[in-house]
Design a binder for this molecule. Structure first.
Ligand code: CA
Length: 212
């Protein structure tokens, strides 16, 4: 291969890697993380597509303040603080990003709603929202990001509303997703492939010289 083909190799290498990197970045493990699948509104329910309600009840709420789709989920339903979750197929040792939006029920005033996140029974993080009065038209959504390492081939994610301030309202969540975080080794592999493509013609020249 002549040196004129170096850009071709580089372009081809990156082209082949891009689908892998892109699919990895976009693979959402959660089912119905945006809570748009079921009819809404529904109050005091214990069944949601994709999710298990282990305790309490939840409300599927459709109000003008919802910014991701049409429906969000109140994790303290009508009534009762809920624990919900999904069992995910994961790669052991893989780093994942749990992303979403959080708000709280207007009945709490400016008090803080709290939702505990656990993985396989182990506490990982507490999601909170407070310090502001929410309304049906302005939920004052706050994004959150929590990273965790998958402990095994299955990951039992649970979210438990522990606000305990108002029987009919606590945390509100929406636009949830869990995606693999590209590891530095993956990014290094892309760089190494590009470097390898650039160096390959010279390696061929070395072999040619050694054969002489
Ligand atoms: Ca939604």
């Amino acid at each position: 291969m002549s040196s004129k083909c170096i850009p071709c190799w580089l372009g081809a290498g990156l082209y082949l890697l891009m689908p892998l990197l892109t699919s990895s970045a976009q693979a959402d493990l959660l089912v119905n993380g945006d809570f748009e699948v079921d009819p809404s509104p529904q109050f005091g329910i214990t069944q949601i597509t994709g999710w298990t309600v282990y305790a309490g009840t939840v409300d599927l709420v459709r109000e003008p303040g919802v910014t991701s789709g049409l429906t969000c989920l109140e994790t303290t339903g009508t009534p009762g603080a809920a624990t919900i979750g999904q069992v995910l197929a994961t790669t052991p040792g893989q780093l994942y990003l749990f992303h979403g939006l959080i708000s709280h029920h207007a009945g709490l005033g400016e008090q803080t709603a709290r939702i505990d996140m656990t993985i396989n029974g182990q506490f990982v993080a507490q999601l909170t929202h407070g310090g502001v009065q929410t309304t049906p038209t302005d939920y004052h959504w706050q994004p959150f990001d929590v990273q965790f390492v998958a402990p095994g081939a299955t990951t039992d994610l649970r979210l438990q509303d522990v606000t305990n301030l108002y029987a009919f309202g606590g945390g509100i969540i929406d636009a949830l997703s869990i995606t693999p975080v590209p590891e530095p080794t993956t990014q290094l592999a892309a760089g190494a492939a590009a470097a390898w493509a650039l160096r390959r013609p010279r390696a061929g020249h070395r072999r040619a010289r050694s054969a002489q």
